[in-house]
Design a protein. Sequence first.
Length: 165
Amino acid sequence: MVRSNVNGKYDFFIESIREQIFMNGEQCNFNLCKIDDFTFHIIYQNRPFMVRVINYDTNTKKLEIKVNHQIHSVTLQDERDMLLEKIGIARVSNNNVDVLRAPMPGLILDIRVVEGQQVKSGDPLIVLKAMKMENILKSSHDGIIKKIEVEKNQKIEKDSILIQF
């Protein structure tokens, strides 16, 4: 089961049981067509939706998606996250994250910081081109850039270390 919170307002509990998708306990019938790794065409209740993943932070499990022409913020929690929340243990703070890893393979288009620079949460760090799309990788916390492990125009693999804090 996964809990998704959309725009800080709406909670959806999504689970897969015997290849069927249930949302908030009710079977959810939809038609999904994958356009590319980040874009999907969905028909739900006879209504079409074009969904594009704009940004995904694996550390915080937060993503931005564009549904038709509106952008939405989504926070995901898996069963482990929900259990920890239920017993009163907050998710480990991202202030302890000491590296930025590549969320996908691609090409480094731009590096927007230098070693020794102070950054704040949300500051743009690197522009990564993947699947013909430019992705701005942002800082998940306040910190100081200790080492930049990549160079402009370098090809990288998923989970490659890009920056050390």
